[in-house]
Write a protein that binds this ligand. Structure first.
Ligand SMILES: [Zn+2]
Length: 83
């Protein structure tokens, strides 16, 4: 199993890599978003994220789970280790 680093999970159920620009996004007047994450995630974990097999956060806000993958994160990150 290839460890690919941390998978960040947003309140909207979207999985991101830590480098994703989405992680610093807040709209005016909006609270800082909450995040959950899975440290030392594997490529298999990233690839298996679906609505039927969501990835549940093990750190941060552990009530969050990812049901979809961010389309900006995958594919196409520079030096993408995920493909
Ligand atoms: Zn993203």
């Amino acid at each position: 199993m290839d460890t690919i680093g941390k998978i960040m999970i947003s309140e909207s159920g979207l999985a991101h890599v830590p480098q994703c620009g989405h992680l610093s996004w807040t709209r005016p007047g909006e609270q800082k978003p909450k995040w959950g994450w899975v440290p030392d995630a594997t490529k298999e974990m990233w690839n298996s994220i679906t609505t039927t097999t969501p990835l549940v956060a093990t750190e941060g806000d552990r009530g969050l789970k990812a049901e979809r993958r961010c389309s900006n994160c995958y594919p196409g990150m520079p030096g993408d280790p995920w493909v």
